[in-house]
Design a protein around this ligand. Structure first.
Ligand code: ATP
Length: 243
């Protein structure tokens, strides 16, 4: 049932405790939201899960395998893919090539799979509405499409766990609505996938996340369904009160 378990996770940057004794359990095939104001520690959490940083203390376990101390490429091969708050596309490669890079990371360059790989690229292009832009350089796409392409590239690695870091950052309200239905569609089509998404707007996680953790200054101040945390006095005081 459970795919990801985080226990007693703590991370220090010098004297600053960016993550403090965090516990999170993410069930398979769910969408889990991590919400919190700027500086709450959300991106640091993703950097710890993906092996960019090694935690000061605590455990991160995916499918009974400890991720702590493993290099990022190995964590990626174990089935963890992510997007970044600030886009990290290959701007001079076209849309197809960007998605193909994701596939190569996962599968290597085995030629026998070429047809299957190109079929999967086509499916992703259709799902993300990028088919008309397939041969355009990523750097020339409108911003909203670049954000979608980053998710498509991450999915091309066929992850068990997809980490989305503020996928709606910089989007207008209409684009945000489109993103919500897109993520719902991803969930439907990739039926085994588990998604953890970071957001600082409660709006995006409403209707999308099965369960959320609200972070404040590195600590989880509430866990539960969106409805439950929205009525939690600590959350209202620390976070929603200012929204
Ligand atoms: P945002 O929404 O602004 O990205 P966040 O919740 O993702 O915020 P983090 O980026 O994880 O927050 O930062 C948590 C804390 O750790 C902040 O106080 C930040 O300044 C600090 N921090 C993050 N990365 C580093 C680093 N590499 N070195 C030192 N301090 C850092």
């Amino acid at each position: 049932m459970e795919l990801l378990r985080i226990e007693n996770l703590t991370h220090m940057f010098g004297g600053l405790k960016a993550i403090s004794d965090l516990h999170i359990a993410v069930n398979r095939k769910t969408i889990y939201g991590v919400i919190g104001a700027n500086g709450a520690g959300k991106t640091t959490l993703f950097n710890l899960i993906t092996g960019i940083y090694k935690p000061t203390a605590g455990r991160i376990v995916l499918d009974r395998t400890s991720l702590v101390g493993k290099p990022s490429y190995e964590i990626s091969r174990l089935g963890v893919a992510r997007t970044f708050q600030n886009l990290r596309l290959f701007n001079d490669l076209n849309v197809i090539e960007n998605i193909h890079v994701g596939q190569i990371c996962h599968r290597g360059l085995r030629k026998s799979k070429a047809k299957e790989m190109s079929d999967k690229i086509e499916d992703l292009l259709n799902l993300f509405g990028l088919e008309m832009r397939a041969n355009e350089k990523a750097g020339n796409l409108p911003y909203g499409m670049q954000r979608k392409l980053e998710i498509a590239r991450a999915l091309a690695t066929e992850p068990k766990l997809l980490l989305l870091d503020e996928p709606a950052a910089g989007m207008n309200p209409k684009e945000v609505l489109g993103l919500v239905s897109l993520i719902q569609e991803v969930k439907k089509q990739f039926s085994d996938i588990t998604i953890v998404l970071i957001e600082h707007q409660m709006k995006l996680v409403e209707g999308l996340c099965d369960y959320v953790t609200v972070m404040n200054f590195g600590q989880a101040i509430a866990n539960g369904t969106v409805q439950e945390v929205q009525s939690n006095p600590k959350v209202i005081k620390a976070y929603l009160g200012e929204a």
